[in-house]
Design a protein around this ligand. Structure first.
Ligand code: SF4
Length: 333
């Protein structure tokens, strides 16, 4: 492990100033909050900061529910949010995404903000024994495209990177139109979660639109008629402590006749960022919950998908995941 110093600034302004001294990505300073991902990256020598700036005790950890929606302080842990009784009732897709993530020990430590900023599980990124990884070493190539790519993305990738985004939580939040509140040295700003993560393009090492010093301070999920009738379906290689092969977050509002008035749909495990599907949502509006109708709408998700060999199966699986998640959400009271 590369040696580093741990800074414990007295407040958030001091933390921002410390981090701002370094440039973006592969800079000699990094933030650390819960540390569940960062410590792995340090141990694996993937990240080699000279200085870690601790956010412990500097960020809000409140969970607030109002008629306007849900506000999650960035320091709230996965376990705290998942266990909140009103989150489970009013935003079940969020609670389910969290409870299907990681392990109880990790959920007790990992924060909301950190979860959204976790790095990909691409094994070539995580193993420095492989030299070709544009995300870890810009310009070095991509070992996954012609390598073992069963876990990789079929949506949003390109010739420079096909790494799938790893967060379950982000998929649920993207489906519910969440926004993130961000603070940097220039002040505060709010951005849609759909805008936070970047497509890899020619610069896969740049994963978000955050400036070097910026931190996520809160996540806001607006109140919405679809939120209660929502579900997160996660398909994975083993039943616990495993990342998604494919996941689907579906939220529905039904009409009096049982047909879908409006839908929100997002996918995980298949996109280089949490993947919202507005064309599938449009096709679901007015549809019945009959399997063949759901299947027809879900087939739109495959438009533009590109398999790389080992991950071809995801294109079919993600359509089935949407159907199953919609059936479960639609059956909710
Ligand atoms: Fe690196 Fe992305 Fe290729 Fe994985 S898919 S090896 S993270 S460039």
């Amino acid at each position: 492990m590369h040696p580093f110093s741990l800074e414990r600034p007295r407040d958030l302004s001091a933390a921002l100033a410390l981090r701002a001294q370094a440039g973006r990505n592969d800079a000699p300073a990094e933030y650390i909050a819960g540390g569940t991902d960062m410590v792995q990256l340090l141990q694996e020598n993937v990240r080699r900061p000279d200085r870690l700036v601790s956010l412990a005790g500097l960020l809000d950890n409140r969970i607030e529910l109002t008629t306007q929606g849900l506000r999650l302080g960035a320091a709230a842990t996965m376990a705290e949010v998942a266990a909140h009784p009103e989150v489970a009732v009013q935003f079940p897709v969020i609670a389910e995404a969290l409870l299907n993530s990681a392990s109880p020990q990790v959920r007790n430590q990992a924060t909301m903000g950190g979860n959204l900023l976790q790095r990909t599980r691409c094994p070539y990124f995580r193993d420095t024994g492989y030299s070709a990884c544009n995300k870890r070493t810009p310009g070095s190539g991509c070992a996954a495209i012609d390598g073992e790519n069963r876990w990789h993305a079929v949506l949003g990738g390109g010739e420079h990177c096909i790494a799938a985004h790893a967060s379950d939580l982000a998929v649920a939040l993207v489906a519910l139109d969440a926004v993130v509140q961000v603070r940097g040295r220039q002040g505060e700003r709010t951005l849609a979660l759909t805008e936070l993560h970047r497509l890899p393009g020619t610069t896969p090492h740049l994963e978000t639109v955050l400036q070097p010093s910026e931190v996520i301070t809160a996540i806001v999920v607006p109140a919405h008629p679809v939120a209660r009738r929502s579900h997160y379906l996660k398909i994975r290689d083993r039943a616990s402590f495993e990342f998604a092969v494919v996941s689907a977050a579906v939220a529905l509002e039904l009409q009096g006749d049982g047909r879908i008035r409006q839908a929100r749909v997002a996918l995980g495990g298949v996109g280089t960022k949490p993947w919202r599907l507005p064309r599938v949502e449009a096709a679901l509006a007015g549809s019945s919950l009959a399997p063949e109708a759901l299947r027809q709408a879900a087939s739109i998700a495959a438009q533009g998908a590109q398999g790389r060999g080992h991950n071809d199966f995801k294109i079919e699986l993600m359509q089935r995941a949407i159907v199953r998640a919609a059936e479960t959400a639609g059956a909710r009271a």
